[in-house]
Design a binder for this molecule. Structure first.
Ligand SMILES: Nc1nc2c(ncn2[C@@H]2O[C@H](COP(=O)(O)OP(=O)(O)OP(=O)(O)O)[C@@H](O)[C@H]2O)c(=O)[nH]1
Length: 341
């Protein structure tokens, strides 16, 4: 990372814009510290990526937050083509605003910079795909490597994203400071996938996520799952009594090992809703909150259909599956950094 930081720092004066890619769930914790002291805000655009995973009602407030600090910012989902097209138009408007440029024959470069796993390569690829470049150039489409694991981009690569003027985007390897002293920031970075889970521990990370979920309002959206389930059990019971057949397990023909299947996700959401709404303790009290999380681990073992024989290993499995569901956006949308104007 030290070599990457040097290579990026050397290029900063040579490029027209820096696209500092951050994670929309942690707009502050995912700040790239290398840029903080190096760059005037007018040449930096803060791109809050993965907006589809963040709390939507907070996004406008974050744009306002950066505006107040004279920084240009933009929120985006790199997997959404329409979003990426609008972003490209926005970038072209920024370029038009640059003075002393012959817009018909110039070549402009933008460098993507950011901490691991924020989606720099995914965004570079998407811009390249929607960019107005010739069919011949598209035929040779290069791709930056996209991966769910942090630190996969090893070299600086260049992708063309526009013509007249020619615009190139440089995808760069991730950079992180050598030490992160704030434990809360570390947990947020691990939960969003910027650093490895092993630095915190999977179980601890899942407990951290459950604390966030329990203290948010996201679970309230799952109230109807619980009501629906009660209604369904009542109907099933009536049908079984009248037909004399044996009760059958829900989702019997489905695959219990794939925790991303709808029937398992619904079960998980329902169990989380029920444990939180039946909880009598004080959520603001750390000891009470820990008790609730303990109970949720036990309840989720059943919701994920984990065999009882797994014993203590069941808790690790619950943690892995729970973190995965959170990361693919199936357990609600959270912005983990608090907004402080
Ligand atoms: N949900 C969601 N996932 C995204 C988005 N952008 C990227 N991802 C996913 O995030 C993961 C990381 O994306 P990359 O493009 O490899 O991230 P990077 O910043 O280049 O990662 P490094 O290799 O550490 O430099 C991949 O699994 C992507 O599919 C987005 O807008 N929304």
């Amino acid at each position: 990372m030290a070599a990457a930081s040097r290579a990026i720092a050397e290029r900063i004066p040579l490029v027209d814009f820096i696209l500092e890619v951050r994670d929309a769930r942690i707009p502050l914790s995912s700040e790239c510290q290398l840029l903080t002291n190096h760059l005037p805000c007018s040449r930096r655009i803060i791109v809050m990526n993965k907006m589809d995973l963040a709390n939507r009602s907070h996004l406008k407030d974050w744009i306002k937050y950066f505006e107040q600090r004279n920084c240009i910012s933009y929120v985006i989902n790199s997997h959404n083509k329409e979003n990426v097209k609008k972003f490209l138009n926005f970038l072209q408007a920024q370029i038009k605003g640059l003075k002393n440029i012959d817009h018909s024959c110039s070549t402009l470069t933008m460098m993507m910079v950011g901490i691991p796993n924020v989606g720099k390569s995914a965004l570079a690829n998407s811009l390249h795909q929607v960019g107005r470049i010739s069919a011949a150039e598209k035929g040779k489409l290069k791709h930056a490597k996209v991966s769910p694991h942090p630190g996969e981009t090893k070299d600086i690569s260049s992708l063309k994203i526009g013509s007249h003027p020619n615009i190139y985007v440089l995808d760069t390897p991730s950079i992180l400071p050598p030490q992160i002293l704030d434990a809360e920031v570390c947990s947020r970075l691990a939960l969003t996938g910027a650093i490895s889970d092993s630095l915190i521990g999977e179980k601890e990370l899942a407990q951290y996520f459950l604390a966030i979920l329990n203290l948010s309002d996201e679970y309230k959206k799952w109230a109807k799952l619980s009501a629906l389930e009660n209604e369904r059990s009542f109907i099933d019971h009536k049908e079984e009594c009248s037909s004399g057949r044996q009760p059958c397990m829900k989702g019997e023909r489905q695959h219990f090992t794939d925790h991303t299947q709808d029937f398992i996700v619904h079960n998980v959401r329902r169990k989380l809703f029920e444990t939180i709404s039946c909880f009598n303790g004080d959520m603001q009290n750390e000891v009470d909150l820990e008790k609730l999380i303990e109970l949720q681990f036990t309840t989720l073992t059943e919701a994920f259909h984990l065999p009882i024989e797994l014993g203590d290993n069941a808790r690790s499995k619950v943690a892995t599956k729970l973190l995965n569901l959170y990361r693919i956006g199936r357990l609600g949308h959270y912005t983990l950094d608090p907004l402080a104007f």
